[in-house]
Design a binder for this molecule. Structure first.
Ligand code: FEO
Length: 574
């Protein structure tokens, strides 16, 4: 058996260092952060990066997660007397970067907090006390002296509504917090080794930024106006310096592709209420897997009702996160506008936010159905703190909605081909396999026939997995799974079971005999053989991921039996 990737022990450490003239970083390193947010798929931990810029005045850019309270504050005090900090710049108010704002203000009550209008509003609820503030708009500047003139770039939705970037004209560093980040924890402060980080960089983009592709393009445009950017100091993972152009170029390319999608869906959430935003994000992530663009809209944010009307009119579907009952009056104009702008045949889905005071979903759904909309998934109910299973359910619900709104196009594409080339391609045959995977609390399975041995040394296989498959999220680099081989003459029952359309979050293994492999994934007892595999890399193959994996264990139950083979007629669909 080949040794598996070693996992680091759980630990929290701090790294500090000078990244440019008069500019320090404090990186809170969370080596083994639990995977409870959808974007933590690659399980390489994360970092929360904070920065100190010293001109004649001093600014602290972002803080850290509250789990670093003692470590971060001790480190900060070792570097600077907190009362010497003049400004605390808030890139956005999510708790992994703003979790210690209150503590810092207690240490140094004279600090002026700098943020976008929305950020300062959110902070008022977080800090519960008065504090000096400076609300900034796009293009506003703050001169710290010694040449450190800071310029603010408002970048809403990257990935919170209140996000802004900060550009230091002296060092040419752009502080972007979540944008251009990745969940990757290592001792490297910078991005010198592109190969080791690119999978995490892309996965993070797909989860957090792809649903906001249009906002990414707007932010890139604003960045172009800043002049030369020498470094991007992100809030998560290594800072971009060695591969800055390459990696920002990838954001541009991916976002252009995403924004060009023919079909889009509006996903409405309520910021700062229950789990509305992360649930919306999980649904959005599932939708984008189908090649459909998403517009994530905060129902609490400043909304132009005319723009909202146009947006709803052009969307193929909408998803609504329920607002709190207590606030329904404020949200009502937006909800009425949505209801007044929808049209027949649009897809609709609703979800609770789990904030403890959610409006009921049933009346809203009924209104939409009465207007002729098609319900894409059952209303998502949130009874307790969402965990992996709930986020996965949301992602799968989003994928169902995406598939529904592209169904006609998929059928048309299928019919438009069928020429000689397709028939020739159909003569490529493959075996029949079931891939099974378990990661944390979630498990999944899919029938596969595009499987091939790909290397001897190491023993490796390639599998093509459609991008909108639920199991795709469990087949990220470093994930482990089982490849079950079906037996000729004895595969119909298993094939039929796994070809079924499962509801979001449904248990794929109900009624199927399994036993756990060493890697935790289910082995199908009735399979002819199985192999335990670990994903090494993924290549973009258009509408599929080509997943290359090493194989490190396996058994055959009937040495003389043959593998089931799948013969097709055409090669333009399964
Ligand atoms: Fe890394 Fe949006 O917080």
């Amino acid at each position: 058996m080949v040794a598996l990737t070693e996992k680091t022990k759980k630990r929290l450490t701090i790294q500090t260092g000078e990244i440019a003239h008069q500019t320090m970083t404090i990186r809170s390193m969370d080596w083994d952060r639990d995977r409870f947010d959808i974007e933590f798929g690659l399980q390489n931990g994360t970092t929360y990066n904070s920065f100190i810029i010293r001109g004649e005045q001093t600014a602290l850019v972002d803080s850290s997660h509250e789990k670093f309270r003692q470590l971060f504050l001790d480190t900060l005090k070792g570097l600077i007397d907190p009362t010497e900090i003049d400004y605390l710049i808030i890139s956005h108010t999510e708790p992994d970067h703003s979790g210690l704002v209150k503590d810092i203000l207690q240490l140094a009550p004279e600090i002026t907090v700098v943020g976008s209008k929305v950020a300062i509003q959110f902070l008022e609820n977080m800090v519960h006390g008065s504090f000096k503030r400076r609300i900034v708009k796009n293009g506003d500047r703050l001169d710290l002296g010694n040449g450190h003139e800071l310029e603010f770039v408002i970048a809403p939705n990257l990935h919170w509504p209140d996000t802004m970037f900060t550009f230091d004209h002296k060092t040419q560093i752009l502080f972007t917090c979540d944008a251009f980040g990745m969940h990757y924890c290592s001792d490297s402060t910078f991005d010198e080794d592109l190969k080791t980080i690119e999978a995490d960089f892309q996965y993070y983009y797909e989860c957090l930024m792809a649903p906001n592709a249009r906002s990414v393009l707007s932010a890139l445009k604003r960045m172009d106006e800043l002049g030369k950017i020498g470094m991007i100091a992100t809030g998560h993972g290594p800072l971009l310096y060695h591969n800055l152009e390459e990696l920002t170029g990838r954001y541009r390319t991916w976002s252009k592709t995403q924004a060009k999608a023919e079909t889009s869906v509006g996903v409405f959430y309520i910021s700062d209420y229950g789990y509305s935003y992360p649930l919306a994000q999980a649904i959005a992530s599932g939708i984008t897997k189908t090649g459909v663009a998403v517009e994530l809209i905060d129902l609490r944010g400043p909304l132009d009702l005319q723009e909202l009307r146009e947006l709803v009119g052009r969307c193929a579907g909408i998803v609504i996160g329920m607002p709190p009952t207590a606030e329904s009056e404020n949200i009502q104009p937006a909800l009425s506008t949505i209801l007044g702008s929808v049209h027949e045949k649009q897809a609709v889905g609703v979800f609770e936010a789990g904030g403890g005071d959610d409006e009921p979903t049933y009346p809203v759904l009924t209104k939409f159905r009465n207007l002729g909309l098609i319900q894409a998934f059952s209303a998502i109910q949130i009874k307790e703190t969402p965990g992996e299973a709930t986020y996965k359910l949301c992602e799968e619900a989003g994928t169902d909605l995406g598939q529904l709104v592209t169904r006609d196009r998929s059928i048309k594409n299928m019919k438009s081909l069928g020429n000689d080339l397709d028939k020739a391609l159909g003569r490529i045959s493959g075996g029949l396999y079931i891939i099974t995977a378990k990661k944390g609390d979630i498990s999944s399975a899919m029938l596969a026939s595009w499987v091939s041995q790909a290397s001897f040394q190491p023993l490796g296989i390639s599998i093509a997995v459609a991008k909108d498959r639920a199991i795709e999220s469990l087949m990220q680099v470093g994930d482990r799974f089982v490849l079950n081989v079906l037996e000729e003459g004895n595969y119909q029952r298993l094939m039929k079971h796994f070809l079924k359309r499962f509801a979001p979050g449904a248990d794929r293994f109900e009624g199927v005999r399994t036993q756990p492999a060493e890697n935790g994934s289910p082995i199908l007892t009735d399979a002819l053989a199985y192999m335990e595999c670990e994903v090494v890399s993924r290549m973009d193959g258009g509408d599929h991921w080509i997943v290359y994996s090493t194989v490190y264990a396996g058994r055959v139950s009937k040495p003389d039996a043959l593998t089931a083979v799948h013969h097709r007629k055409v090669g333009n669909h399964y």
